[in-house]
Ligand binder design. Structure first.
Ligand code: EPS
Length: 354
């Protein structure tokens, strides 16, 4: 059984959409818990004034009846309240009437660090907006909604996932300084998953490796430039005798330098992953760029921006890790009904006496 997710939506379009396939029937979803994650994603320190416009809430169009999954595709929607200011500029159909609101003028000055330049070249656009709208991290909202569904599934087999900012206090000080200088910052987040039994993922093929899947999921989040599992890069500087986690008689470990994954398979210890985020590329003091229309040197597009989105990334990364773990658990335990999934997990941990 495979979990699948397809998503769509532009930052200032009408809505963000996700279709989730492969859930078992009978999983109880809590609307308030999904909305709470959407709020956590919005509330981070250093966020843009856009967050005062949006009040993200999940809508479910299918796959759920009276709060329980039907085992059919679950369709999730998060609306963009800001679309009201962009109805002409982001109209899916040729707009009617005189241009009004935002997004009416072509953008021709690509921002270094954003999708702008590569996007217009690749797709043949003459307006950078056609590239930046989908590349925007606004899109992470609906992935957080899907991640909340994944967390509900994982909770049924006693797995919990939590993301946080590494050095929150230092991070906030850096954000205050950058804001005063009208600049932006990045940062590092970590995600921990507890209750993961040994045996999620596989060494049999590289695409089955749990570490490879988690790294791809985290690198798939906007602005992430680095991922490490456990002690990651620091392990490269250690001797083998210092780097590995010795196995006790009860098969547990006193250390967890591997971050809970060996050879691409969970080993029963806490899963620990980190992601590094680059500073956001929309700058109030813009960098050098080129006007794609005239070919003249210019300065990149200046737009409303976040100073940082690191706290938001902690929530988005949590959702991404939950999604991947839920997918690996679906593959291992299967089941059309939740009781089958939970029963297969129980039989497995009984067999390995975990
Ligand atoms: C984003 C730019 C900003 C952010 C946005 C991501 O949006 P705007 O251009 O409307 O000010 O606020 O993030 C969100 C709206 C969100 O909900 O996370 C970008 O270019 O990535």
């Amino acid at each position: 059984m495979k979990l699948t997710l397809a998503s769509a939506g532009e930052s200032h379009g009408p809505a963000l959409v996700a279709i989730v396939g492969g859930l078992p029937a009978g999983l109880e979803l809590d609307r308030e818990a999904i909305d709470a994650d959407l709020r956590r994603r919005q509330e981070g320190y250093g966020r843009s004034p856009r967050q005062r416009i949006e009040q993200d809430r999940v809508e479910v169009l299918s796959g759920l009846r009276h709060g329980r999954t039907l085992g059919t595709p679950l369709a999730l929607v998060v609306r963009n309240a800001d679309h009201a200011n962009w109805t002409w500029g982001m109209s899916p159909w040729p707009p009617e009437g005189e241009p009004s609101g935002k997004g009416t003028r072509r953008v021709t000055l690509p921002r270094p660090g954003h999708a702008d330049l590569a996007g217009v070249l690749k797709y043949g656009h003459d307006d950078v907006r056609n590239a930046l709208e989908r590349a925007s991290a606004r899109h992470t909202a609906v992935h957080v909604a899907a991640g909340a569904v994944a967390k509900a599934l994982l909770a049924a087999i006693a797995i919990s996932v939590e993301g946080s900012v590494v050095d929150e206090a230092g991070m906030r000080a850096a954000i205050d300084e950058a804001r005063a200088e009208r600049d932006t910052v990045g940062g590092t987040v970590e995600v921990r998953a507890t209750g993961v039994p040994p045996g999620l993922g596989s060494y049999a093929a590289k695409e089955d490796r749990l570490d490879a899947r988690l790294a791809a999921a985290l690198m798939g989040i906007q602005a992430v430039k680095g991922v490490e599992i456990g002690d990651g890069f620091a392990l490269a500087g250690l001797r083998g005798s210092q780097a590995h986690d010795e196995i006790r008689a009860d098969r547990r470990r006193d250390t967890n330098r591997a971050g809970g994954i060996e050879a691409g398979v969970s080993n029963g210890e806490e899963i620990l992953v980190r992601a590094a985020m680059k500073p956001l590329p929309t700058l109030m003091k813009p960098l050098a760029s080129v006007d794609l229309e005239t070919g003249e040197p210019g300065q990149a597009l200046v737009e409303r921006s976040d100073v940082a989105a690191v706290e938001a990334l902690a929530v988005v990364a949590e959702a991404a890790v939950a999604w991947e773990l839920a997918g690996a658990a679906r593959e291992k335990f299967g089941g059309d009904a939740l009781v089958d999934f939970v029963g297969a997990h129980a039989a497995y941990v009984e067999r390995i006496k975990w």
